[in-house]
Ligand binder design. Structure first.
Ligand SMILES: C[S@@+](CC[C@H](N)C(=O)[O-])C[C@H]1O[C@@H](n2cnc3c(N)ncnc32)[C@H](O)[C@@H]1O
Length: 234
């Protein structure tokens, strides 16, 4: 965990918006307003998906886990959540979030533990987590999925993205590369996947009901990735 925190603190120090969303190219090229607009679009798409699956979140408190510079927290607030808690392990990412998100419904919380201790049990109406769990060892990401369900209110929703495995020739070949080479290719952002069946088993063990498993592209073209839509049964 110390390694994860150190790495994201460095990335947040050099180019936080690029490290959160690499679409705009490296070197401070994101315009903050454009960056925040991507968050609003992503949250609107996620809420439309919930609607299509017959789910209506209570618009009380949302948790944006691994919030980075806050584009999804801002999107959740703009979509109508009364309170949004953005949690991140990286103080530099959080500093950027506080600088660019001007919305009193959003609060940004530093948490470098593995237990999500900053978030109370049964307190969250919607957990959203995208482009985060893929970048940490699986024992850690699986623990967070359990804590998402612990933090969710009864009947609350948990929506998170996680890749399953690399795909295609390049994705498969990358698995064989030595760790330092892979690390350089990925600019220090390690990648990990978990097979879908193992994720749905974990969700059930943690007291969740998997409502749907959607195809997702946020891990890039070399990974099969999914967005899991889960209801907390308590
Ligand atoms: C690729 S960025 C994505 C940021 C944001 N979710 C978005 O899509 O804009 C990954 C974020 O997850 C955070 N992160 C990584 N491991 C974490 C952990 N164990 N606890 C909290 N945040 C973590 C990093 O600091 C970073 O801000």
């Amino acid at each position: 965990m110390i390694g994860v925190a150190r790495r994201w603190t460095q990335l947040g120090d050099t180019d936080p918006m690029w490290a959160a969303l690499t679409d705009a190219g490296r070197g401070g090229r994101w315009d903050p307003a454009d960056f925040l607009r991507t968050g609003r679009r992503e949250i609107d798409a996620m809420l439309s998906l919930l609607d299509r699956r017959g789910l209506t979140p209570k618009m009380g408190t949302a948790l944006d886990f691994g919030c980075g510079p806050g584009r999804l927290s801002a999107g959740l607030a703009a979509a109508g959540f009364a309170r949004v808690i953005g949690v991140d392990v990286s103080p530099t990412m959080l500093a950027k979030a506080r600088e660019i998100v001007d919305d009193e419904r959003c609060e940004f919380v530093h948490d470098e533990g593995t237990e999500l201790a900053s978030v109370a049990d049964d307190s969250i109406d919607l957990v959203y987590c995208c482009r985060v769990l893929q970048h940490m060892p699986t024992e850690l990401s699986h623990g967070y999925i359990r804590h998402f369900l612990r933090a969710a209110a009864p009947g609350g929703l948990v929506v998170f993205q996680l890749p399953a495995e690399p795909i295609g020739l390049v994705g498969g070949a990358m698995k064989a590369l030595p760790a330092p080479v892979l690390d350089r290719l990925r600019a220090g952002m390690e990648m990990h996947g978990t097979p879908t069946a193992a994720v749905t088993r974990l969700i059930a063990e943690a007291g969740g009901v998997t409502v749907s498993v959607e195809e997702d592209r946020s891990a890039g073209p070399r990974w099969r990735s999914h967005l899991y839509v889960v209801r907390a049964e308590k």
